[in-house]
Ligand binder design. Sequence first.
Ligand code: HEC
Length: 118
Amino acid sequence: MNSKPIIFFISLMALTLVLVVIFQLKTDPFQNVPAKTQQEQTVSHQADAAIGLFSDNCARCHGSFGEGKGRNPSLQGNSLSHEEIASIIRSGRGEMPPFHKLSDEQVHILSALVEKMQ
Ligand code: HEC
């Protein structure tokens, strides 16, 4: 009995299998996941910026999550409007100092964060 064709067939199958596995490993599994849209990138960039600004300027008094600290009030669950928050940041209030060094853009980003604090 001549077994050569069978051996040839099995080798071919094994080779195909190896090639498929190599191809799978080399293919980036996330390549079909669509890249973030411009808007999503802007939103996540703003969120990073907001958290950075908050920890640099506000967290020492209001806590890392705006939960309040000592005599400094919690900002969570507040019912202030965006404009009210922006004005408090710009002008200060009571023992809270005004933040003159923050740009309009930074005040806007911070107000949006504080407005949403739950
Ligand atoms: C030196 C401590 C201190 C820092 C720093 C500080 N705050 Fe305040 N903040 C206070 C105090 C004290 C009050 C309460 C003021 C009052 O009504 O007498 C307050 C009040 C507020 C209020 C009003 C809360 C309410 O419910 O009426 C907001 C909003 C606020 N701060 C946001 C911020 C943001 C945003 C930053 C960072 C840019 C910041 N604060 C930095 C001490 C601070």
